[in-house]
Design a protein around this ligand. Structure first.
Ligand SMILES: Nc1ncnc2c1ncn2[C@@H]1O[C@H](COP(=O)(O)OP(=O)(O)OP(=O)(O)O)[C@@H](O)[C@H]1O
Ligand SMILES: [Mg+2]
Length: 402
């Protein structure tokens, strides 16, 4: 009875490992981490070993990601094992056969009996580790070969998934660009159509307002109409800014001068909102050659948003510095006030997304587009009652931003 049972287990192990091998090679790789979890679970099932771990190195090995039981493992715990495989050993490490005491110690401490290396283009990118087998259930040489094959398949699956991810990201970016450029084309034609009628309507309403000076109800309604016309005019103007093709009207500018000019326009609104603005600008910023209008749009929208976010008053700090090494001028806009929720964070750069009654939702979409034209980039962080927009602009031409 016992012999029959273990024979069945052996064939099961072989069969299940084969199945897993097949599954890895045919998986669509849409969700890599799910596949990796599945691999660990399937190996556990096939080998009846409880302690199975998939240890993956990330970012030049500074990070270790574990799928499996021993989630506490750090790089330090496996330093000698990694050194061993770094020499190019591609076979399984079997604790019964290891002679190096430092490796035996590591395997003992982590209760590992077999370690399979995972290589990608001859670089060790991970380890598949197995603990103690159940009594009466030893892994056979065939199983070890199958597991080595699985370790190889994990490596190619990860490489393929990475490529797929890059491709998806590129497609997403192309789709977004296409969406934005058609919005740009549409905006220009619609905006011009709408602009003239809007100004005639406003002129007529203003005449009506003057005529009905004694009728307070009519006055109120007409004021609302004027407000709405102003808002629509703002949308139309913003759409035109958004859609304006980049023209080669570059000039040499001192980037801090652009900030100062924007502040002249916005200081009054800041004062009305009880917002104090602090400037922290490095002395020897380089002079840059850019389209000043685009830069102006970027700074104006970020500062305006910060002031509007602090309706109860607050502090806006603008810092500017230049890093010679990467040749970027970094400007940080940090304001106190309510945070942007995680949900909103994903939407704030979308055209027409606004949480303001009179907003167009085009401000940050313009910022993003203009920064792309300037070959710059933007990052946002919002936590602990503060919001920080970081803008980086290359100081000289020819810097490519990925
Ligand atoms: N500094 C900030 N602090 C908190 N929320 C912000 C900040 N900047 C932007 N937001 C959020 O992002 C949304 C989108 O901003 P965006 O500039 O695109 O449009 P808007 O400011 O609403 O409209 P408009 O720019 O036409 O006035 C805002 O409605 C606001 O909710
Ligand atoms: Mg705005």
């Amino acid at each position: 009875m016992m012999r029959k049972l273990s024979f069945k287990m052996i064939t099961d192990t072989e069969y299940l490992l084969n199945e897993l091998s097949h599954q890895i090679s045919t998986d669509l790789l849409i969700d890599l981490s799910l596949l990796l979890e599945n691999i660990v679970e399937s190996i556990k099932k096939a080998t009846a070993i409880k302690n199975v771990n998939l240890i993956l190195f990330k970012e030049g090995r500074t990070q270790v990601v574990i799928h499996g039981e021993n989630t506490f493992i750090t790089r330090k715990d496996i330093i000698n094992t990694v050194k061993y495989f770094d020499k190019g050993e591609i076979a399984v490490l079997d604790r019964h056969e290891v002679t190096d005491a430092s490796i035996i110690n590591e395997m003992k401490r982590l209760e590992m009996f077999f370690i399979f290396p995972i290589f990608e283009e001859r670089k060790l990118t991970g380890l598949l580790t197995l603990g103690k087998s159940r009594r009466g259930m030893r892994l056979r040489a065939e199983n070890l070969e199958q597991l080595m094959l699985i370790a190889n398949q994990i490596s190619s699956a990860m490489a393929k998934a990475e490529l797929l991810q890059e491709k998806l990201q590129m497609e997403r970016k192309m789709y977004e660009n296409e969406k934005l450029s058609s919005l740009g084309r549409l905006s220009t034609s619609v905006a011009h159509e709408v602009k003239n009628p809007l100004s005639s309507i406003k002129a007529i309403v203003q005449v009506l307002k003057e005529d009905s000076i004694n009728e307070s109800k009519t006055q109120k309604s007409l004021s609302i109409i004027v407000e709405e016309i102003d808002r629509l005019t703002k949308v139309v103007n913003q759409l035109l800014v958004f859609a304006k093709p980049q023209m080669d009207c570059k000039s040499t500018v001192k980037i801090n001068d652009v900030i100062n000019k924007v502040l002249v326009v916005l200081r009054h609104e800041a004062k009305m909102n009880n917002v104090n603005i602090y400037l922290n600008i490095q002395n020897d910023l380089p002079i840059i050659t850019v389209d000043e209008g685009s830069l102006n749009e970027v700074f104006f929208n970020l500062i305006h948003n910060a002031i509007q976010a602090m309706s109860e008053g607050g502090k806006l700090t603008i810092s500017m510095s230049y890093d010679q090494q990467d040749d970027y001028i970094t400007t940080v806009f940090e304001n106190t006030g309510p945070e942007i929720s995680d949900e909103d964070m994903g939407k704030i750069f979308e055209p027409f997304y606004t949480t303001k009654q009179m907003g167009t939702g085009l401000g940050l979409a313009i910022v993003k587009k203009k920064l792309e034209e300037l070959r710059g980039m933007i990052k946002v962080k919002s936590e602990n009652s503060s919001t920080k927009f970081t803008v980086k602009i290359p100081s000289s031409e020819g810097v490519l931003v990925g």
